[in-house]
Design a protein around this ligand. Structure first.
Ligand code: CMC
Length: 428
């Protein structure tokens, strides 16, 4: 049995700190009373060593490269389940039976349209607006259309907001894209699957029939499953911390979308393709690029490599790499970008710099290759990630509200000037 308490010696004081153990034997020292007992706070920039909550949603073992949602290995979920089934699992805590999944799917289908007036919002945006900015603005604006269902403590209002969000985010993301290319917005087609409908919203026009390609549908469904949750990452922590003020769900998710946009987080999938294209177009060799990524004089990083938690292969990257080969073969596409990605991976995995720092391909390294092969424009990669991550954000937000929680409010160590006198403006 590991000790249940840790001791901290500070001057003459010995403070006993409870040790909390998780269901997978992860241990944490509970420091929540430390300041009250000693006046000390803890300092952990980037929260690299700080657990912000207890959670029973997602388990990651970064050393072993293991990822489970609600106890199920990601590999098994990717093989046997669809995205809405996984969404149900994350949001409700258990896999649905057939009737439950049908009911869930039916309810989500019923909410895919957005209000006609809401469509006009898109017109106000410049054509070159990044779709992530449009998505976060539009999700935030959903609160203006549904003032009757904003109370995070009312289960009925919460449930309808969850279904609305899951249903409408693909519509919103697709409209952001359609607006950017000046094409008419399609209405959702509820006889299609969740992903089939999204593909039609993205790629169909009113002048031609659109047939969903099952290879593409399955590939996107898989990508959404693989992105569906990843415990306390930057955007999820954002959703929790914003949600901890008891703001409505739309506002918290909108904040999460903004956090995801950054190139060190979900925005990396777009950056990976930009990097692969630059290598292809500028005639750089993979070796030259790897050297650039290592150099302290160059700010380039090998995008799609490295992870705060995985110090071994990201299990999602393994599945996506295999899917990339499968999808390209089934679609009969030869991809130079995939060849460059494989070359970069091989070079990096043999390179001391990457080996010493435990830098492996992450979820973003190969996903863009698939998205490019199926015709998704680069600026839509991260909105696709957001659609995938949505059930995870929702599950984490719900879990926070199910437990007693404090408003998120870290401390700091102040390093600025001590008290100074103000001199009047003309005397400075
Ligand atoms: N290329 C080159 N060097 C790297 C890379 C990379 N991709 N990633 C980390 N390093 C180096 C970094 O320079 C540092 O070196 P040193 O110790 O000499 O200063 C060391 O590795 C540790 O890096 P860090 O930034 O302190 O590590 P972190 O855990 O804070 O960052 C990360 C994790 C994902 C932000 C980072 O690895 C990175 O920027 N990767 C590229 C962007 C990317 O692919 N992001 C997607 C992450 S996975 C999906 C998601 O979260 O959305």
């Amino acid at each position: 049995m590991p000790p249940e308490k840790a001791e901290l010696r500070y001057g003459e004081q010995v403070i006993e700190l409870p040790v909390i153990e998780g269901s997978q034997s992860e241990r944490a020292v509970d420091i929540s009373n430390l300041r009250a007992e000693t006046g000390l706070v803890t300092l952990d920039p980037g929260y690299a060593n700080t657990g912000s909550c207890e959670s029973n949603i997602t388990f990651i073992d970064g050393e072993q490269g293991i990822l489970h949602y609600r106890g199920y290995p990601i590999e098994a979920l990717a093989e046997h389940c669809g995205f809405l089934e996984v969404s149900y699992l994350l949001v409700n805590g258990r896999l649905p039976n057939r009737a439950e999944l049908d009911e869930f799917t039916h309810s989500i289908r019923n909410h895919t349209m957005i209000h006609e007036d809401f469509r006009l919002f898109f017109r106000a945006l410049p054509k070159d607006a990044h779709p992530m900015a449009a998505c976060s603005a539009m999700v935030s604006a959903l609160a203006t259309f549904y003032p009757d269902s904003l109370d995070p403590r009312d289960p009925t209002e919460v449930e309808i907001s969850i279904h609305r969000l899951l249903a409408k985010l693909p519509t919103i993301a697709a409209y952001a894209y359609k607006h950017s290319i000046g094409q008419p917005f399609m209405y959702p087609e509820n006889s299609l699957s969740y992903v089939g409908n999204f593909l039609r919203l993205m790629f169909a026009t009113p002048c031609e029939d659109f047939v969903v390609d099952p290879v593409v549908e399955k590939a996107v469904d898989l990508l959404l499953i693989l992105h569906a949750d990843h415990e306390q990452n930057c955007s999820t922590s954002t959703v929790r911390i914003v949600g901890s003020s008891h703001v409505n769900l739309f506002a918290a998710i909108s904040a999460g979308i903004n956090a995801l946009w950054g190139p060190r987080h979900g925005g990396a999938n777009q950056e990976v393709i930009a990097m692969l294209r630059a290598i292809a177009d500028e005639g750089l060799t993979g070796r030259e690029f790897v050297e650039r990524a290592k150099s302290r004089d160059d700010t380039s990083r090998l995008m799609g490599f490295g992870h705060r938690v995985y110090k071994n292969f990201d299990p999602r990257a393994k599945i996506i790499k295999k899917a990339a080969f499968d999808v390209l073969e089934r679609l009969g596409i030869h991809s130079r970008l995939l060849e460059i990605a494989v070359e970069l991976e091989e070079l990096a995995l043999k390179d001391d710099y990457f080996i010493k720092r435990n830098l492996y391909p992450n979820v973003d390294f190969y996903s863009g290759v698939i998205y490019t092969a199926i015709g998704t424009p680069e600026n839509m990669f991260t909105p696709n990630f957001a659609i995938g991550r949505l059930p995870g954000w929702i599950a984490q937000w719900l879990e926070m509200h199910e437990h007693r929680h404090k408003i998120g409010r870290p401390r700091q160590i102040y390093t600025g000037a001590t008290q100074r006198a103000v001199t009047k403006i003309d005397e400075r």
